[in-house]
Ligand binder design. Structure first.
Ligand SMILES: [Zn+2]
Ligand SMILES: [Zn+2]
Length: 346
């Protein structure tokens, strides 16, 4: 006769290995919920605090409550087929209560349990908002132009780049990449929360508008035992910008590319592009961005007759080899107020 070796020592049921599943499940505390969890959030920007670090919240208050409650349940690692159902009610603006039902399988036995978890909502200013409200900043990107004022278009482009860089860096997790101010001074001052952000803005502004940047760090103190520098990024946009139409004393040129010592310019009389070194007595007529539409009244041997878009008088321009206008069509023109004529730019 063969003796069955394995019986559960608790209940006597057959068991393959010591205590049977039912007795093991019954003797295991598989649900050990915290009675209360605290959620620290920033009332200004909605960021969340986990331990000592803040993150931008990417979910709703309900989703967040559910995540917090789930993490407060402390389920036994052997529990499988877990299903948690949760009903949430607000007790006050700062407290919510979650009723939780949990079912699962433990050592082959179905188990179920219930718990109540209170959520305390606590508002606290986050690292970023406290820096901003405390006037903290690490740099200023100063945008100026060489020998002229910055144009509204340039200021607009620079401001738009700054806001985009802020979005991109923050989406990539750089919380302290913030703009704490954009001020129109003689040009544009962009006040930034981090050095890296200043560098990225400079790179993109120079990429879009040309010019050069010099960097001026200044030691302003210490933070956590390390020196803190405030950096001025001094961006100097080129004297001539893309689209500028200039009178050189001999001819009209449209600046197409700037950057180096020379500019690439389009000859508005003869057509064709050339590289020329700008000289100080070039005179700015305007920018093609500001050009007006003028109606082509007639074309005749070597002559384009235009209607002046402001005075409606008829003016004659020399025909240009790079353009073939139709009568009744439109051309883009700038007014040279000094010489008193219209300059055809396209
Ligand atoms: Zn048993
Ligand atoms: Zn905040």
């Amino acid at each position: 006769m063969r003796i069955q070796e394995s019986f559960c020592p608790r209940c006597g049921a057959p068991a393959t290995d010591g205590i049977c599943g039912r007795c093991r499940a019954a003797g295991t505390r598989w649900l050990l919920p915290d009675a209360r969890v605290t959620c620290i959030h920033c009332p200004t920007c909605g960021s969340l605090c986990h331990g000592a670090t803040w993150t931008d919240a990417s979910c709703s208050r309900e989703d967040l409550a559910e995540q917090l409650v789930r993490s407060a349940l402390h389920l036994h690692p052997d529990l499988t087929d877990i299903r948690v159902t949760l009903t949430l009610r607000d007790l006050s603006t700062t407290r919510s209560l979650a009723d939780v039902q949990v079912t699962g399988t433990l050592y082959g036995q179905p188990v179920e349990g219930a718990a109540q978890v209170e959520i305390a909502w606590k508002g606290e200013q986050c690292d970023r908002c406290s820096r901003i409200s405390g006037g903290y900043y690490e740099g200023v990107v100063q945008i100026r132009a060489d020998g002229r004022e910055t144009s509204p278009h340039e200021r607009e482009v620079a401001a738009r780049i700054a806001v985009q860089v802020e979005d991109t860096l923050q989406a990539a997790g750089e919380r302290l990449a913030f703009i704490s101010g954009i001020e129109e001074k003689e040009g544009l001052d962009i006040i930034v929360g981090s050095h890296r952000m200043g560098q990225v803005i400079v790179q993109q502004v120079v990429g879009a508008l040309g010019g050069q940047c010099t960097v001026h760090p200044k030691l302003v103190g210490e933070r956590d035992g390390r020196p803190v520098y405030r950096i001025t990024y001094s961006v100097r946009l080129p004297r001539w910008k893309k689209g500028d139409v200039v009178w050189t004393g001999k001819e009209y040129l449209e600046v197409r590319e700037t950057g180096g010592r020379e500019v690439k310019a389009f000859d508005l009389a003869g057509g064709g592009t050339k590289s020329v070194a700008p000289v100080p007595d070039w005179r700015l007529v305007g920018n093609v961005r500001e050009a007006m539409d003028a109606v082509v009244a007639y074309t005749d041997r070597g002559v384009i007759g235009l209607l002046d878009p402001v005075t409606w008088s008829s003016v004659e321009n020399r025909a240009l080899p790079w353009i073939s206008p139709r009568e009744g069509g439109m051309l883009r023109v700038l007014r040279d107020t000094v010489r008193g004529n219209l300059v055809i730019v396209g």
